[in-house]
Design a protein around this ligand. Structure first.
Ligand code: BES
Ligand code: ZN
Ligand code: ZN
Length: 474
């Protein structure tokens, strides 16, 4: 989508216009007759989105609330306006937002661009959902640099959503490696996709174990963005769960629990999208991303409940439930990260139904070890981009629940606090400041959720990018 910035309102011939202001009186481009008409239909003049006619809408900004809340309302308004534009099949649109500061203007277009996302690649032409070609913003605070940065970030979200929405029939682990390599090309990131032979040589028994039931080989993807002007000596590392499809393995998922399990590489998509956005923004921070990837299937060699496997650091694990596979492949990735002596590792995974049940889809379940300050900063970024994190306890009392009977660990906690015991399992393999984000709730939506859309949300791309931006400023 083409983004343009104008300083003055112009009549456009083939498009819709959204006027944004704090009250109708401030919208001086709207005719007096329309204002009179409006005063009759307005109810509260606060956070109100009014469709005047198929070509005109008005959004009156909230009178109260902090800047994070207002920005989120503006994203939602941007998406509503996008809906109007596509309803009337208009390909060019204009947002008049003279009174907004630059952050508010950015938020509005962000909602508009993200709302434009469609996963169209498997439709035959006539069924493709409409999209908008170009949008003009009339605001003199926003800079073209801000628009360029926004375009980079929204493109990374689109990349992540495309990969998550892609069914396993079209996205094997090897194909994910190829797609990521292609997307990172030219951004200044070193990408290595390690194949099964290399994974075997590294004795990554978690990744190989989960892969045993599969017809397709696993991959382990390493990404390294190390700009010459990096402000950090030790890297920030992202780890993302890359299960391209989770059937549960021999502990086969039943009912409709398997339906959306192509989403199970949502963590991988988020970390890959974010590191590319960070590199394209040329942020002066050394960042790495590691993605263990396989599908989880009940093939003839599949792990059986009770089997014991050995993670690459020598830890033995009793696999009591083959559907708790994410932690097994992530264990190898977290061990791999140790050699880089990271200043912080952020693990992102659609790890447990327990996290989704605890807080639903409105936020991310987070936990940390030796990273109390870092998670607070990450939470602030979460509020800013509206990808909010709630920190769960990580008390040592939970540790006992993952001790194995015949091996060091078991991959199953007790009946309670499943998101936390899964996090505890991961933390076993770390010796650095560690944050784990469980995105099982917000990664995928069943019905359209404003600018997040329907299906993959691409959550954590904007969060991680914002966090590294923040570090770059410190
Ligand atoms: N991929 C699932 C978690 C999941 C559930 C993600 C719902 C998104 C939506 C994970 O591999 C899984 O199956 N976890 C089990 C763990 C259990 C067997 C300990 C779960 O949460 O039920
Ligand atoms: Zn599973
Ligand atoms: Zn899974």
């Amino acid at each position: 989508m083409l983004l343009q910035k104008h300083s003055e309102y112009q009549q456009i011939s083939k498009g819709a216009t959204l006027f944004i202001g704090s009250s109708i009186e401030t919208l001086d481009e709207i005719s007096k007759t329309k204002i009179e008409l409006l005063s009759n239909i307005l109810t509260k003049q606060d956070d109100e989105f009014i469709v005047l006619d198929p070509l005109t809408a008005i959004y009156l900004t909230p009178k109260k609330g902090d800047s994070n809340r207002i920005n989120e309302k503006l994203r939602i308004a941007g998406d509503k306006f996008h809906d109007l534009c596509t309803k009337t099949k208009l390909s060019q649109c204009q947002i008049i937002a003279k009174g907004l500061n630059s952050e508010e203007a950015v938020a509005t277009i962000e909602g508009f661009i993200l709302g434009d996302y469609q996963f169209n690649r498997h439709f035959s032409n006539e069924n493709k959902k409409p999209q908008v070609d170009s949008v003009i913003i009339v605001n003199d605070q926003i800079t073209s640099n801000q628009l360029d940065e926004l375009a980079i970030i929204c493109d990374a979200v689109k990349f992540a959503k495309d990969m998550i929405n892609e069914p396993a029939s079209h996205l094997s682990s090897v194909q994910m490696g190829e797609r990521i390599t292609e997307y990172a090309t030219g951004a200044g990131i070193k990408v290595e996709v390690m194949n099964k032979r290399k994974i075997e040589a590294l004795k990554m028994g978690g990744l190989l174990g989960v892969n045993q039931g599969s017809e397709e080989p696993p991959v382990f993807i390493c990404m390294d963005y190390k700009p010459r002007n990096a402000i950090n000596d030790s890297p920030i590392v992202f780890v993302g769960k890359g299960v391209v499809f989770d059937t549960g393995g021999l502990n086969l998922k039943t009912g409709n629990f398997m339906e959306n399990m192509k989403l199970d590489m949502g963590g991988a998509a988020a970390v890959a999208g974010a590191i590319v956005a960070i590199a394209k923004l040329k942020l002066p921070v050394h960042v790495m991303a590691f993605i263990p990837s396989t599908d989880n299937r009940p093939g003839k060699n599949a792990l059986a409940p009770g089997d014991v496997i050995t993670i690459s650091d020598g830890t033995t694990v009793e696999v009591l439930n083959t559907d708790a596979e994410g932690r097994l492949i992530l264990a190898d990735a977290l061990v791999w990260a140790k050699q880089y002596k990271p200043r912080l590792v952020i693990n992102i995974a659609t790890l447990t139904g327990s996290a989704a049940r605890a807080i639903g889809s409105h936020g991310i379940v987070g936990m940390q070890q030796h990273a109390a300050e870092e998670i607070k900063e990450l939470q602030e970024c979460g509020e800013k981009v509206h990808e909010r994190i709630v920190e769960f306890p990580f008390w040592e009392e939970y540790d006992d629940q993952i001790k194995g009977d015949i091996a060091d660990l078991k991959n199953l906690g007790g009946p309670e606090a499943g998101a936390i015991t899964a996090g505890k399992f991961l933390a076993w393999f770390t010796d650095y400041p560690f944050i784990h984000l469980d995105i099982a709730g917000p990664a995928f939506t069943e019905k359209k959720d404003s600018y997040r859309g329907k299906g993959a949300t691409g959550i954590c791309v904007r969060l991680l990018t914002e966090y590294v931006r923040k570090i770059a400023l410190l």
